[in-house]
Ligand binder design. Structure first.
Ligand code: ADP
Ligand code: ZN
Length: 297
């Protein structure tokens, strides 16, 4: 079965065709402009690909409540032309195939839990640290949704005593995203993250905030694996620092098999940066399965 996958991001749209075993057969990338310009180009790409379903991992916030009138729409995004846009409906109409839909970071989580380092685990989290911070959660073997979807990237974090930066989040100032996403690093230190590689104090503070949040995620969700991805994690020194600080912050309170091997507990993504698009493929597969079950009734 051929399936379509779309990673819908704020700067680019990655479109791919793949198969049920997670293999990507082809892909293209299209810049994200307005829906009016971008959506017909995406439809054009998928139209003659003979796909049985489409999966979309989308930038948020999005409506994931299947009982809501606006299910499948993008919600209050700062990207104004996309606010309220019915992205799922557009493809359902245009392609007449089942469409699976979730957040981009849930897509990455799903990719890793289907084909990557979280395979077979019933509880795991994926954290992306990039332009924003997003968290995808697998709990009880399924992506966790709740009212909408977890927004753990906005977990409130007290600034470290020596940190006078007010934080970049327009809602919370110092939430994790406001303190530790790429744009916060850039504003606090006056240079882009990739140009700060030789400033140990930058990454020491970054690791502190990431570890603070990760420790809280561990205490709340008891994940069996923690995956840290996104552009900021390209700083290779970070992951080791986060592991060490999490260990300190847990302060010997928890004793599990997983925590005894921090190197395989807190990890970088395992799918060569394909976790998002592969997860979107799985969203498409699941939508197809759900549709088949409904049809057979
Ligand atoms: P997005 O979150 O927009 O999908 P990315 O995950 O690539 O995209 O994250 C982009 C952010 O990551 C930017 O703020 C950028 O400055 C930061 N970033 C990218 N590469 C690096 C790097 N090597 N070191 C530190 N920060 C980086
Ligand atoms: Zn916030």
């Amino acid at each position: 079965m051929r399936l379509g996958a779309l990673e819908a991001g704020g700067t680019k749209m990655v479109c791919a065709v793949g198969t049920e075993d997670g293999k990507i057969l082809e892909r293209i990338s299209i810049p994200t402009e307005t829906p009016k310009i971008t959506m017909p180009r995406l439809l054009q790409y998928f139209k003659d690909k003979e796909i049985a379903a489409l999966g979309i991992g989308c930038f948020g916030p999005i409506d994931l409540d299947k009982d809501s009138d606006t299910y499948g729409h993008i919600l209050m995004t700062p990207k104004l032309p996309w606010r309220g846009y019915d992205i799922c409906g557009y493809f359902r109409e245009g392609l007449k195939i089942p469409v699976g839909f979730d957040t981009d970071v849930n897509g990455s989580m799903l990719g890793e839990s289907t084909w990557g380092c979280a395979k077979g685990l019933d509880t795991a989290i994926y954290i992306t640290v990039g332009t924003g911070v997003g968290v995808g959660v697998i709990a009880g073997g399924r992506l966790l949704h709740g009212m909408q979807h977890p927004e753990a990237g906005h977990m409130l974090i007290p600034p470290r005593k020596d940190d006078v930066y007010a934080g970049k989040c327009p809602y919370h100032g110092h939430c994790l995203e406001g303190l530790a996403a790429g744009p916060a690093i850039e504003e606090r230190w006056g240079a882009k993250g990739k140009d700060l590689a030789d400033r140990p104090e930058v990454w020491e503070l970054e690791a502190y905030y990431l570890a603070y949040a990760v420790t809280n995620y561990i205490l709340v969700l008891s994940p069996k694996k923690i995956i840290l991805g996104g552009g900021v994690m390209h700083q290779e020194q970070l992951i080791t620092m986060v592991r060490d600080k999490v260990k300190d912050m847990l302060a010997g309170y928890l004793h599990t098999r997983e925590l005894q091997d921090m190197d395989s507990y807190i990890v970088l993504p395992s799918l060569d940066d394909n976790q998002g698009i592969m997860g979107a493929l799985k969203l498409g597969m699941d939508a197809r399965k759900e549709w088949e079950e409904k049809e057979s009734k």
